[in-house]
Write a protein that binds this ligand. Sequence first.
Ligand SMILES: [Fe+2]
Length: 432
Amino acid sequence: MQSLNWLLLSDIHVGMGDLEVLWPTAKHAFFEDIKKLHATNGDIDFVVFAGDLAYKGVTPEYDRFNIVLGELWSVFAGLGFNPPLVALPGNHDLSRPSDSNPATPMLKQWWDQKSARETLFKGTNHYRDLISDVFSAYTNWSKSPLPHGIKLLADNEGLLPGDSSTVVEKNGLRVGVVCLNSTWLQLGNENYEGKLHVDSRQLLALTKDDPTVWCQSNDLNILVTHHPLGWLEPSSRKQFESEINPPGRFDIHVYGHMHEAASEVTSSSGSQQRITFQSRSVFGLEYVGDKITERSHGYAWFTYKREEEADRLFCKPRALFRQNSGKAKIVQDHNFELDDAGTVPLFSRQSKALSPTPKPKIKEETSSPALNEVTAGTSTLKSLRYYLHPSAAHKQVRLIEHRKAGEAINSERAVWIVSDWGMGGDEFLYTV
Ligand SMILES: [Fe+2]
C-alpha cells in the first residue's frame, strides 16, 4: 500500500489586531492536535496554505508569519519530518493601489472595461505591472529564505503573482498541485462576492497549454484557489467550470476565505464527480456587534491511499472546541458526517495503477477447464470493477427506492434503475 498525507491550512491573517494576543494560546491546541494525528497517521508529506497569510499584505506581517511558520515546522522537526509548503495569496495578501494610477479604475471596473480585459493577458502591460505591485510584499516573501529551510514549492510560476504548479513525488505517488490567484481583482474594500475572475489562461500558462495531459500524468491532482466558486462573476464561474475545472480533471478543488469548513461532492447530469473542500481558518475572527468576536480555528488533514485495487482520498476536518473550563482544544469537526476515526471519505475509485486495463491472466497449467473459466472471469471482472463513492448522507433519503431496489436484487438478482434525478447516482447505488 502506498499513501501520503497533506495538510490544508488557510487564513491565519497575521497582523490582525487580536492575533498577537490570542494566537500564543491557540497555537498550542493546534500543535497538540498535529502531534495526536501524527501518532496514528504518520508523517506529513506536504502542506498547502490557501491564502490570507497576512492581514494587510505588508512586509512586517510576512516577517511575523515566518515566525509562526518556524514554530509549526519546529513541531514537525520534533516529529522527525520537514514537509515542503505550497502557498498562494488571498485578499489580505495585497495592498490597496492608489486610484491616481490610471490602471486602478480600469481594473476596478474590469467587467465593464473591454480594453482592460483584452490587454491584461497579452504580455507586459501597465495592468500587469499594477497587479505585481500590489502583491509585491507577498512575492518578496515567497522569494526569500523561509525558516527551517522550508521549501516553497513552485515548479512553474504563472502569469499572475502566486500562480504556480508543482508536482510532489513521494512514496511512489505523483501529486499535482495547481494554485491560481483568485483575488487579483479585489483592489478595493467593497464586497467582491460574485465579481472576481480566474482566467483559463492562468491555468494554461502553468500546464504547457494542456491541463488535461498535465493532470493525466499525476495520480492525484489538487486545484487551489483562495475563493470559492461563488465569489467569481457568473461568466467567470462558467469558464471556471468548463475550462479550468471540468469534471474528471482535478480530483479536488480546495479553497479558504470563508473561515468555516465544508465539503461538497457534486455531479451534473451524470458527469464525473467534482469535489470541493472549503478550509476552516487557522485563525479567523468574525466581529459580531461592537464587543463580541466569534473565533474560528481549524485545519484539515488529508490522506491519499493506493491500496491493491482502489485509490482513496480521506479527510480529517479539525476545529477548535472550547471546554467548560475555558480551555480550547482542536478536535474532530462534527459539522461533517464522520466515521469513528473522525474521517470523511471523499472518493474511492479504481486505482490508476491498474490503468491501462491489464489483460486477464489465465493459468494455462490448470487442468480443470471449469476452473480456468472462473479464474479468467474473475480477472476480467476485476479490471472492469467500478468503485462507488461512499455516502452516509444518501442512506437517509429515497428510502422507498432503496427498499424496492433491494427487493428486486433479492428476488431477481438484477435491477434496472431509471432515474429522473441528475446527480447522486453513485451514492444511490452505494446505499443499496
Ligand atoms: Fe480571504
